[in-house]
Design a protein around this ligand. Sequence first.
Ligand code: ADP
Ligand code: GLC
Length: 488
Amino acid sequence: MATTKVLSVVSEIYPLIKTGGLADVAGALPGALAAEDVEMRTLVPGYPAVMTALAEAEKVEKVFRLKDLFGGPAVVLAGRAKGLDLFVLDAPHLFDRPGNPYHDGDGEDWPDNPFRFAALARVGAEIGFGAIKGFRPDVVHTHDWQAGLTPAYLEYDGRPRPGTVATVHNLAFQGQYPKDMLADLRLPPHAWGVDGVEYYDTIGFLKSALRMSDRVTTVSPTYAAEIRSGEGGMGLSGLLAGRAGVVSGILNGIDTDVWDPADDPLIAGHYDASTPSSRRTNKSALQKRFGIKVDRRAMVFGVVSRLSWQKGLDMVLEGIETILSVGGQLVLLGSGDRELVDGFRHAAAAHPGRVGVMIGYDESLAHQVQAGSDALLVPSRFEPCGLTQLCALRYGAIPIVTRVGGLADTIIDANEMALEAGVGTGVMFTPPHADMFRAAILRAADLYRDGATWRRLMKNAMRTDVSWRRSAARYAKLYRDLVTERNA
Ligand code: ADP
Ligand code: GLC
């Protein structure tokens, strides 16, 4: 069978630019798919970090130019940087600015975001039509609202188009803009309608992708089911239920080379499933690093997270007394909402030696928390997939999670029967309320006190296959089926 060519269109990619799991997925997919005979190349905006990485590439080619892309000239560059085959949209008037891909230093969205990401989508569509010699994609795969207009530009153009797949990583971010932007976004008048970009009287970037793509995927089977129901659908459940036949859930994996406790340059001591007791070095290093008491017996609960309502960390604040009551310690690495930042800073000040908090974004610290904590807390209210619990499994930090989305699909609750069958990998609770969180902490502490049981859980966790292997095969099949269907 011929190699399937896929263009991935995405607004962030690890290790060049990352605000969350989306970047991890975009960065890992091409490598995972290569084993499935899929050639994936990725179009990303030329933010300063991306341009810097590209400058180090061996060979950079200018593959096409646009005289005017929403207010300025643009060049599309092709090159291989940090192991990734990239097309980079170099449009300084849109992307040459400091800081975050989506907002300024004060956390305010860039006011021209609709045009910045429409530009990404338009160029994605041009590559889809074959603008780049030697790379005419069979499928264009878009991620989240930022790439959301790509299928619309492909559809309304009228030229023969490739197949389209849209992946939802988080339905909470939808990209809605005023309807009077329609013409400025170079969308035709007939795009305005329920089968096009119209969404509650606005232009809906994500909505149009979900409406117009040949296939819609999300990042876990349970989230795929949740978003077809009222609350989980966040305004889009009707549309998604109506398209149920083309909506599916494909679980994320993690890059098991980047996340490998046996060979991780960012952690203090190496170990694997057969030597879990060697985690001790990492535990004491972590306790030191977070300024809490170095104590082998204290159960360390870790958090690595965006601090937002989605992640349910207010439950952790409400549960701190319970953590301390079982002789536990808390280490938290995160950044985000002011209220939660203040809450955790306050908790650290109130419980010196037992609660350690680092506010910020720090890749190596994230590895150290995974390697040194006994348990990782992920009490999300909703979670499309979640990657930190997968890292935790791999690193032998037992995940304590809510039964939602991808958390429900990746963790096996250590209940009586699972323990009996020897298959538990974590502790799961529902519904996402502080009371249930506290009960889960108590249950986890009981399991921890029973050394043999805990060791068993760690082994099970560390032996779980959290790689992209199975899911890469599913994406490859999805692309191939789509190509076959469109050629029929
Ligand atoms: P989301 O994308 O919703 O934030 P995921 O669990 O899918 O959640 O992915 C989060 C990714 O970001 C993981 O790779 C995690 O390690 C990383 N991460 C989150 N917060 C931080 C932080 N403060 N410092 C370093 N890495 C972080
Ligand atoms: C989103 C979701 C997260 C998912 C990630 C990658 O950020 O919040 O659950 O793991 O995307 O798909």
